[in-house]
Design a protein around this ligand. Structure first.
Ligand code: UGA
Length: 432
Protein backbone atom coordinates (compact mmCIF):
# COMPACT_ATOMS: atom_id res chain seq x y z
CA UNK A 1 0.00 0.00 0.00
CA UNK A 2 0.99 3.64 -0.28
CA UNK A 3 1.20 5.03 3.23
CA UNK A 4 1.85 8.56 4.49
CA UNK A 5 2.93 9.41 8.03
CA UNK A 6 2.39 12.90 9.35
CA UNK A 7 4.92 13.74 12.05
CA UNK A 8 8.39 12.24 12.39
CA UNK A 9 8.92 12.09 16.13
CA UNK A 10 9.78 8.83 17.77
CA UNK A 11 6.41 7.24 17.02
CA UNK A 12 6.11 8.55 13.44
CA UNK A 13 9.64 7.63 12.41
CA UNK A 14 9.48 4.18 14.00
CA UNK A 15 6.09 3.39 12.47
CA UNK A 16 7.25 4.66 9.05
CA UNK A 17 10.41 2.54 9.01
CA UNK A 18 8.57 -0.55 10.28
CA UNK A 19 5.71 -0.21 7.77
CA UNK A 20 8.30 0.15 4.99
CA UNK A 21 9.95 -3.02 6.27
CA UNK A 22 6.58 -4.76 6.01
CA UNK A 23 6.56 -3.92 2.29
CA UNK A 24 4.50 -0.71 2.12
CA UNK A 25 5.70 2.38 0.24
CA UNK A 26 5.92 5.05 2.93
CA UNK A 27 6.31 8.81 2.80
CA UNK A 28 6.91 10.85 5.96
CA UNK A 29 5.62 14.42 6.10
CA UNK A 30 7.26 16.75 8.59
CA UNK A 31 7.73 20.51 8.87
CA UNK A 32 11.31 20.03 10.08
CA UNK A 33 13.62 20.14 7.05
CA UNK A 34 16.48 18.65 9.04
CA UNK A 35 14.42 15.56 9.87
CA UNK A 36 13.23 15.25 6.27
CA UNK A 37 16.70 15.42 4.74
CA UNK A 38 18.07 13.05 7.37
CA UNK A 39 15.41 10.45 6.49
CA UNK A 40 16.03 10.91 2.76
CA UNK A 41 19.76 10.42 3.37
CA UNK A 42 18.98 7.13 5.09
CA UNK A 43 19.88 8.37 8.57
CA UNK A 44 17.44 7.89 11.47
CA UNK A 45 16.75 11.28 13.10
CA UNK A 46 16.25 9.69 16.52
CA UNK A 47 18.11 7.05 18.51
CA UNK A 48 16.15 3.77 18.74
CA UNK A 49 17.76 0.32 18.61
CA UNK A 50 17.24 -1.24 15.16
CA UNK A 51 15.86 1.94 13.60
CA UNK A 52 19.06 3.05 11.85
CA UNK A 53 19.26 -0.24 9.95
CA UNK A 54 15.65 -0.04 8.81
CA UNK A 55 15.97 3.59 7.68
CA UNK A 56 19.27 2.89 5.89
CA UNK A 57 17.77 -0.15 4.15
CA UNK A 58 14.54 1.41 2.94
CA UNK A 59 15.38 5.10 2.32
CA UNK A 60 15.43 5.84 -1.38
CA UNK A 61 13.27 2.82 -2.16
CA UNK A 62 10.26 2.24 0.05
CA UNK A 63 10.86 5.14 2.48
CA UNK A 64 10.92 8.84 1.61
CA UNK A 65 10.25 12.12 3.40
CA UNK A 66 8.96 15.55 2.43
CA UNK A 67 7.80 18.84 3.94
CA UNK A 68 4.82 18.92 1.52
CA UNK A 69 1.41 17.81 2.83
CA UNK A 70 0.40 17.31 -0.81
CA UNK A 71 2.29 13.98 -0.71
CA UNK A 72 -0.65 12.59 1.29
CA UNK A 73 -2.83 12.81 -1.83
CA UNK A 74 -0.93 9.98 -3.55
CA UNK A 75 -1.35 7.57 -0.65
CA UNK A 76 -4.15 5.24 0.49
CA UNK A 77 -3.72 5.79 4.22
CA UNK A 78 -2.29 8.48 6.52
CA UNK A 79 -1.06 7.86 10.07
CA UNK A 80 -1.19 11.03 12.15
CA UNK A 81 1.68 10.97 14.68
CA UNK A 82 1.74 14.62 15.77
CA UNK A 83 2.47 15.65 19.37
CA UNK A 84 -0.15 16.62 21.96
CA UNK A 85 1.88 18.68 24.44
CA UNK A 86 0.61 19.54 27.93
CA UNK A 87 -1.01 22.83 28.87
CA UNK A 88 -0.15 24.36 32.25
CA UNK A 89 -3.14 22.64 33.89
CA UNK A 90 -2.04 19.21 32.58
CA UNK A 91 -4.71 19.04 29.88
CA UNK A 92 -3.54 18.25 26.35
CA UNK A 93 -3.05 20.87 23.70
CA UNK A 94 -4.55 19.39 20.53
CA UNK A 95 -3.85 22.42 18.34
CA UNK A 96 -0.89 20.87 16.48
CA UNK A 97 -2.92 17.75 15.62
CA UNK A 98 -5.92 19.87 14.72
CA UNK A 99 -3.99 21.99 12.24
CA UNK A 100 -2.29 18.86 10.88
CA UNK A 101 -5.76 17.41 10.31
CA UNK A 102 -6.79 20.55 8.42
CA UNK A 103 -3.73 20.31 6.12
CA UNK A 104 -4.47 16.64 5.65
CA UNK A 105 -8.08 17.47 4.79
CA UNK A 106 -6.98 19.95 2.11
CA UNK A 107 -4.68 17.33 0.63
CA UNK A 108 -7.32 14.60 0.41
CA UNK A 109 -10.07 16.93 -0.88
CA UNK A 110 -9.31 15.99 -4.46
CA UNK A 111 -8.42 12.29 -4.11
CA UNK A 112 -10.36 9.74 -6.16
CA UNK A 113 -10.13 6.78 -3.79
CA UNK A 114 -11.42 6.50 -0.26
CA UNK A 115 -8.70 7.70 2.11
CA UNK A 116 -8.07 6.10 5.50
CA UNK A 117 -7.02 8.56 8.23
CA UNK A 118 -5.46 6.92 11.31
CA UNK A 119 -5.02 8.90 14.55
CA UNK A 120 -1.96 7.65 16.46
CA UNK A 121 -1.49 10.81 18.54
CA UNK A 122 -2.53 10.40 22.19
CA UNK A 123 -5.80 12.34 22.62
CA UNK A 124 -8.38 12.33 25.42
CA UNK A 125 -11.80 10.77 24.76
CA UNK A 126 -13.93 12.95 22.52
CA UNK A 127 -11.06 14.76 20.79
CA UNK A 128 -11.24 12.78 17.56
CA UNK A 129 -15.00 13.14 17.21
CA UNK A 130 -15.29 16.72 18.41
CA UNK A 131 -12.08 18.35 17.16
CA UNK A 132 -10.14 16.22 14.67
CA UNK A 133 -12.91 14.83 12.50
CA UNK A 134 -14.53 18.28 12.00
CA UNK A 135 -11.10 19.71 11.09
CA UNK A 136 -10.67 17.17 8.26
CA UNK A 137 -14.28 17.53 7.14
CA UNK A 138 -14.13 21.34 7.01
CA UNK A 139 -10.88 21.39 5.07
CA UNK A 140 -11.80 18.61 2.65
CA UNK A 141 -15.48 19.37 2.16
CA UNK A 142 -16.06 15.63 2.62
CA UNK A 143 -17.69 13.52 5.33
CA UNK A 144 -16.12 10.89 7.60
CA UNK A 145 -17.70 7.48 7.14
CA UNK A 146 -19.00 8.45 3.69
CA UNK A 147 -16.02 9.82 1.79
CA UNK A 148 -13.13 8.79 4.02
CA UNK A 149 -12.58 6.54 7.04
CA UNK A 150 -11.24 7.77 10.37
CA UNK A 151 -9.79 5.26 12.85
CA UNK A 152 -8.05 5.76 16.19
CA UNK A 153 -5.04 3.45 16.60
CA UNK A 154 -3.14 4.32 19.81
CA UNK A 155 0.51 3.44 20.14
CA UNK A 156 2.03 1.34 22.94
CA UNK A 157 5.70 1.42 21.86
CA UNK A 158 8.30 1.85 24.59
CA UNK A 159 11.30 4.08 24.07
CA UNK A 160 14.40 1.96 23.71
CA UNK A 161 12.52 -1.05 22.30
CA UNK A 162 10.10 0.66 19.91
CA UNK A 163 11.11 -1.33 16.80
CA UNK A 164 10.92 -4.69 18.59
CA UNK A 165 7.58 -3.63 20.15
CA UNK A 166 6.18 -2.73 16.72
CA UNK A 167 6.85 -6.21 15.34
CA UNK A 168 5.65 -8.03 18.47
CA UNK A 169 2.84 -5.95 19.99
CA UNK A 170 0.82 -7.21 22.97
CA UNK A 171 -2.25 -5.91 21.15
CA UNK A 172 -3.46 -3.60 18.40
CA UNK A 173 -6.37 -1.29 19.15
CA UNK A 174 -8.62 -0.08 16.31
CA UNK A 175 -11.28 2.50 17.23
CA UNK A 176 -13.87 3.17 14.55
CA UNK A 177 -17.65 3.66 14.40
CA UNK A 178 -17.80 1.29 11.42
CA UNK A 179 -16.66 -2.24 10.57
CA UNK A 180 -15.40 -0.79 7.32
CA UNK A 181 -12.90 1.39 9.25
CA UNK A 182 -11.74 -1.62 11.29
CA UNK A 183 -11.26 -3.69 8.13
CA UNK A 184 -9.42 -0.93 6.27
CA UNK A 185 -6.86 -0.61 9.07
CA UNK A 186 -6.53 -4.40 9.40
CA UNK A 187 -5.51 -4.47 5.73
CA UNK A 188 -2.59 -2.13 6.48
CA UNK A 189 -1.40 -4.44 9.28
CA UNK A 190 -1.90 -7.64 7.23
CA UNK A 191 1.82 -8.16 6.52
CA UNK A 192 2.50 -7.84 10.27
CA UNK A 193 -0.03 -10.58 11.05
CA UNK A 194 1.74 -12.76 8.46
CA UNK A 195 5.17 -12.08 9.90
CA UNK A 196 4.37 -12.34 13.63
CA UNK A 197 5.25 -15.53 15.47
CA UNK A 198 1.97 -15.90 17.32
CA UNK A 199 -1.44 -14.37 16.94
CA UNK A 200 -1.65 -10.62 17.67
CA UNK A 201 -4.84 -9.72 19.57
CA UNK A 202 -6.77 -7.00 17.74
CA UNK A 203 -9.22 -4.98 19.81
CA UNK A 204 -11.91 -3.60 17.51
CA UNK A 205 -13.78 -0.96 19.43
CA UNK A 206 -15.28 2.52 19.29
CA UNK A 207 -13.40 5.76 18.81
CA UNK A 208 -13.71 7.01 22.41
CA UNK A 209 -12.89 3.59 23.82
CA UNK A 210 -9.69 3.46 21.76
CA UNK A 211 -8.71 6.93 22.95
CA UNK A 212 -9.36 5.91 26.56
CA UNK A 213 -7.51 2.57 26.30
CA UNK A 214 -4.23 4.41 25.72
CA UNK A 215 -4.72 6.56 28.84
CA UNK A 216 -6.00 3.66 30.94
CA UNK A 217 -2.98 1.58 29.94
CA UNK A 218 -0.44 4.23 30.95
CA UNK A 219 -2.41 5.31 34.05
CA UNK A 220 -2.57 1.70 35.23
CA UNK A 221 1.17 1.17 34.79
CA UNK A 222 2.11 4.49 36.41
CA UNK A 223 -0.24 3.80 39.34
CA UNK A 224 1.13 0.26 39.67
CA UNK A 225 4.61 1.77 40.02
CA UNK A 226 3.44 4.34 42.56
CA UNK A 227 1.79 1.58 44.60
CA UNK A 228 5.00 -0.43 44.43
CA UNK A 229 6.94 2.68 45.52
CA UNK A 230 4.54 3.36 48.38
CA UNK A 231 4.76 -0.26 49.56
CA UNK A 232 8.54 0.13 49.22
CA UNK A 233 8.53 3.19 51.48
CA UNK A 234 6.61 1.24 54.13
CA UNK A 235 8.98 -1.70 53.69
CA UNK A 236 11.98 0.57 54.22
CA UNK A 237 10.49 1.97 57.44
CA UNK A 238 10.13 -1.59 58.77
CA UNK A 239 13.58 -2.70 57.62
CA UNK A 240 11.98 -4.98 55.01
CA UNK A 241 13.52 -5.54 51.56
CA UNK A 242 10.86 -4.35 49.07
CA UNK A 243 12.49 -6.31 46.24
CA UNK A 244 12.02 -9.61 48.05
CA UNK A 245 8.41 -8.67 48.69
CA UNK A 246 7.93 -7.68 45.02
CA UNK A 247 9.37 -10.95 43.78
CA UNK A 248 6.94 -12.89 45.93
CA UNK A 249 3.81 -10.90 45.07
CA UNK A 250 4.75 -11.06 41.38
CA UNK A 251 4.20 -14.83 41.51
CA UNK A 252 0.49 -14.10 41.79
CA UNK A 253 -0.41 -13.90 38.13
CA UNK A 254 -3.14 -11.36 38.88
CA UNK A 255 -0.29 -9.03 39.91
CA UNK A 256 2.36 -10.13 37.40
CA UNK A 257 6.11 -10.08 37.81
CA UNK A 258 6.86 -7.10 35.54
CA UNK A 259 6.87 -3.42 36.48
CA UNK A 260 7.53 -4.07 40.16
CA UNK A 261 10.87 -2.33 40.56
CA UNK A 262 10.45 0.29 43.26
CA UNK A 263 12.71 3.31 43.54
CA UNK A 264 13.00 6.96 42.66
CA UNK A 265 9.92 6.91 40.41
CA UNK A 266 8.64 7.14 36.87
CA UNK A 267 9.43 9.73 34.21
CA UNK A 268 9.61 10.03 30.44
CA UNK A 269 7.53 11.78 27.84
CA UNK A 270 4.41 9.68 28.41
CA UNK A 271 3.50 8.58 31.95
CA UNK A 272 3.68 12.05 33.57
CA UNK A 273 1.93 13.76 30.65
CA UNK A 274 -0.76 11.12 30.20
CA UNK A 275 -1.62 10.77 33.89
CA UNK A 276 -1.89 14.57 34.25
CA UNK A 277 -4.02 14.75 31.09
CA UNK A 278 -6.35 12.07 32.43
CA UNK A 279 -6.62 13.90 35.77
CA UNK A 280 -7.52 17.11 33.90
CA UNK A 281 -9.96 15.28 31.62
CA UNK A 282 -11.67 13.63 34.61
CA UNK A 283 -12.05 16.98 36.39
CA UNK A 284 -13.44 18.47 33.18
CA UNK A 285 -16.40 16.08 33.46
CA UNK A 286 -16.81 16.67 37.20
CA UNK A 287 -14.99 13.61 38.56
CA UNK A 288 -12.32 13.94 41.23
CA UNK A 289 -9.67 11.29 40.33
CA UNK A 290 -8.21 10.73 43.81
CA UNK A 291 -6.15 7.65 43.04
CA UNK A 292 -4.48 9.14 39.96
CA UNK A 293 -3.65 12.28 41.93
CA UNK A 294 -2.13 10.13 44.65
CA UNK A 295 -0.06 8.27 42.05
CA UNK A 296 1.44 11.60 40.96
CA UNK A 297 1.95 12.70 44.58
CA UNK A 298 3.82 9.49 45.50
CA UNK A 299 5.97 9.89 42.41
CA UNK A 300 6.84 13.46 43.37
CA UNK A 301 7.72 12.26 46.87
CA UNK A 302 10.38 9.69 45.90
CA UNK A 303 13.18 12.12 44.92
CA UNK A 304 12.66 13.97 48.23
CA UNK A 305 12.89 10.72 50.18
CA UNK A 306 16.12 9.84 48.39
CA UNK A 307 17.61 13.21 49.29
CA UNK A 308 16.53 12.83 52.92
CA UNK A 309 18.40 9.53 53.07
CA UNK A 310 21.47 11.25 51.64
CA UNK A 311 21.13 14.18 54.06
CA UNK A 312 21.00 11.67 56.93
CA UNK A 313 24.57 10.64 56.09
CA UNK A 314 26.15 13.68 54.39
CA UNK A 315 26.12 17.35 55.32
CA UNK A 316 24.78 18.41 51.90
CA UNK A 317 25.47 22.20 51.83
CA UNK A 318 28.90 22.62 50.27
CA UNK A 319 29.33 18.86 49.71
CA UNK A 320 30.38 17.44 46.35
CA UNK A 321 27.60 15.06 45.27
CA UNK A 322 27.88 12.68 42.32
CA UNK A 323 24.63 12.13 40.41
CA UNK A 324 24.85 8.87 38.47
CA UNK A 325 22.15 8.50 35.80
CA UNK A 326 20.31 11.36 34.12
CA UNK A 327 18.14 9.59 31.51
CA UNK A 328 14.56 8.81 32.59
CA UNK A 329 15.38 5.13 32.07
CA UNK A 330 18.33 3.14 30.73
CA UNK A 331 18.86 2.73 26.97
CA UNK A 332 17.84 6.28 26.07
CA UNK A 333 19.26 9.81 26.03
CA UNK A 334 15.81 11.20 26.89
CA UNK A 335 15.68 13.31 30.06
CA UNK A 336 12.05 14.44 29.81
CA UNK A 337 10.49 14.27 33.30
CA UNK A 338 13.55 12.33 34.47
CA UNK A 339 13.68 11.96 38.26
CA UNK A 340 17.18 13.40 37.98
CA UNK A 341 15.66 16.83 37.34
CA UNK A 342 14.01 17.32 40.78
CA UNK A 343 17.01 15.66 42.45
CA UNK A 344 19.53 18.03 40.84
CA UNK A 345 17.27 21.04 41.48
CA UNK A 346 16.97 20.14 45.11
CA UNK A 347 20.70 19.41 45.54
CA UNK A 348 21.51 22.82 44.05
CA UNK A 349 18.90 24.46 46.33
CA UNK A 350 20.56 22.82 49.33
CA UNK A 351 23.92 24.27 48.26
CA UNK A 352 25.58 21.06 47.00
CA UNK A 353 28.29 21.03 44.38
CA UNK A 354 26.82 18.62 41.78
CA UNK A 355 28.91 16.49 39.42
CA UNK A 356 26.75 14.45 37.04
CA UNK A 357 27.34 11.49 34.76
CA UNK A 358 25.23 9.57 32.26
CA UNK A 359 26.47 7.37 29.39
CA UNK A 360 23.93 8.88 26.94
CA UNK A 361 21.91 11.74 28.37
CA UNK A 362 24.49 14.25 29.68
CA UNK A 363 24.15 16.46 26.58
CA UNK A 364 20.38 16.77 27.02
CA UNK A 365 20.68 17.44 30.75
CA UNK A 366 23.31 20.10 30.09
CA UNK A 367 20.65 22.08 28.20
CA UNK A 368 18.57 22.17 31.42
CA UNK A 369 21.43 22.61 33.90
CA UNK A 370 24.27 24.32 32.00
CA UNK A 371 26.20 25.17 35.18
CA UNK A 372 26.40 21.67 36.59
CA UNK A 373 29.70 19.83 36.11
CA UNK A 374 29.45 16.78 33.79
CA UNK A 375 32.01 14.03 34.25
CA UNK A 376 33.10 11.83 31.32
CA UNK A 377 32.69 8.64 33.35
CA UNK A 378 31.13 7.31 36.54
CA UNK A 379 34.66 7.00 37.96
CA UNK A 380 35.29 10.67 37.16
CA UNK A 381 32.09 11.73 38.90
CA UNK A 382 32.82 9.63 42.00
CA UNK A 383 36.44 10.74 42.41
CA UNK A 384 36.61 13.02 45.46
CA UNK A 385 32.81 13.09 45.96
CA UNK A 386 31.33 13.27 49.46
CA UNK A 387 28.29 11.28 48.44
CA UNK A 388 26.60 9.72 45.39
CA UNK A 389 23.01 9.14 44.27
CA UNK A 390 22.09 6.59 41.58
CA UNK A 391 19.01 7.54 39.57
CA UNK A 392 18.96 5.40 36.39
CA UNK A 393 19.43 1.63 36.23
CA UNK A 394 22.17 1.66 33.59
CA UNK A 395 23.86 -1.76 33.60
CA UNK A 396 27.34 -0.19 33.93
CA UNK A 397 26.44 1.02 37.44
CA UNK A 398 25.98 -2.58 38.57
CA UNK A 399 29.69 -3.32 38.26
CA UNK A 400 31.04 -0.15 39.92
CA UNK A 401 33.42 -1.27 42.64
CA UNK A 402 36.89 0.23 43.20
CA UNK A 403 35.55 3.53 41.82
CA UNK A 404 33.76 4.04 45.16
CA UNK A 405 37.10 3.85 46.98
CA UNK A 406 38.17 7.09 45.27
CA UNK A 407 35.31 9.02 46.92
CA UNK A 408 36.15 11.46 49.70
CA UNK A 409 33.51 9.63 51.75
CA UNK A 410 31.91 6.53 50.19
CA UNK A 411 28.20 7.23 50.81
CA UNK A 412 25.94 5.79 48.09
CA UNK A 413 22.15 6.21 47.98
CA UNK A 414 20.77 3.94 45.29
CA UNK A 415 17.39 4.89 43.79
CA UNK A 416 17.23 1.93 41.38
CA UNK A 417 18.69 -1.11 43.19
CA UNK A 418 21.42 -1.36 40.59
CA UNK A 419 24.72 -1.04 42.52
CA UNK A 420 25.96 -4.50 43.54
CA UNK A 421 28.83 -3.56 45.83
CA UNK A 422 27.83 -3.29 49.46
CA UNK A 423 31.04 -4.01 51.42
CA UNK A 424 33.28 -1.16 52.48
CA UNK A 425 30.87 1.63 51.52
CA UNK A 426 27.96 3.31 53.29
CA UNK A 427 25.24 1.93 51.02
CA UNK A 428 21.60 2.91 51.38
CA UNK A 429 18.74 1.67 49.16
CA UNK A 430 15.63 3.78 48.72
CA UNK A 431 13.14 0.99 49.44
CA UNK A 432 15.30 -1.85 50.78
C1 UGA B 1 5.55 4.03 28.28
C2 UGA B 1 4.71 2.76 28.15
O1 UGA B 1 5.38 1.66 28.78
C3 UGA B 1 4.47 2.43 26.66
O2 UGA B 1 3.63 1.29 26.55
C4 UGA B 1 3.80 3.63 25.99
O3 UGA B 1 3.64 3.42 24.58
C5 UGA B 1 4.67 4.87 26.17
O4 UGA B 1 4.88 5.09 27.58
C6 UGA B 1 3.92 6.00 25.53
O5 UGA B 1 2.84 6.36 26.02
O6 UGA B 1 4.33 6.44 24.43
P1 UGA B 1 8.16 4.60 28.07
O7 UGA B 1 7.80 6.00 28.46
O8 UGA B 1 9.10 4.37 26.94
O9 UGA B 1 6.81 3.77 27.70
O10 UGA B 1 8.82 3.97 29.39
P2 UGA B 1 8.67 2.70 30.34
O11 UGA B 1 9.66 1.67 29.95
O12 UGA B 1 7.27 2.28 30.48
O13 UGA B 1 9.20 3.33 31.73
C7 UGA B 1 8.53 4.45 32.33
C8 UGA B 1 9.17 4.84 33.64
O14 UGA B 1 8.87 3.87 34.66
C9 UGA B 1 10.68 4.98 33.62
O15 UGA B 1 11.06 6.16 34.30
C10 UGA B 1 11.19 3.75 34.37
O16 UGA B 1 12.42 3.96 35.03
C11 UGA B 1 10.06 3.54 35.37
N1 UGA B 1 9.96 2.14 35.87
C12 UGA B 1 9.62 1.14 35.01
C13 UGA B 1 10.18 1.87 37.20
O17 UGA B 1 10.46 2.78 38.01
N2 UGA B 1 10.07 0.58 37.65
C14 UGA B 1 9.72 -0.43 36.82
O18 UGA B 1 9.61 -1.60 37.30
C15 UGA B 1 9.51 -0.16 35.47
Amino acid sequence: MDVSIVGSGYVGTTVAACLADLGHRVVNVDVDEGVVSSLNDGVAPIHEPGLSDLVATHAGSRLAATTEYGAVRDTDVTFVCLPTPANDDGSINASVVESGMASLGEAIASTDGRHLVVVKSTVVPGTTEEVLRPAVERASGTVAGEDFDLVVNPEFLREGSAVADFFAPDKLVFGSPTARGHDALAAVYDPLFDRADGEIPVVQTGVREAEMIKYANNAFLATKLSLVNELGNVCKAYGVDAYEVAEAIGLDDRIGERFLRSGVGWGGSCFPKDVSALVAAAREVGYDPQLLEAAVAVNDEQPRRLLDLLAGRVDVPGARIAVLGLAFKPGTDDVRHSRAIPVIESLLDRGADVVAYDPAAAGNMRALFPDVEYAPSAAGALRGADGAVVLTDWEEFATLDGEFDAMASPVVVDGRRIVERREGIEYEGLTW
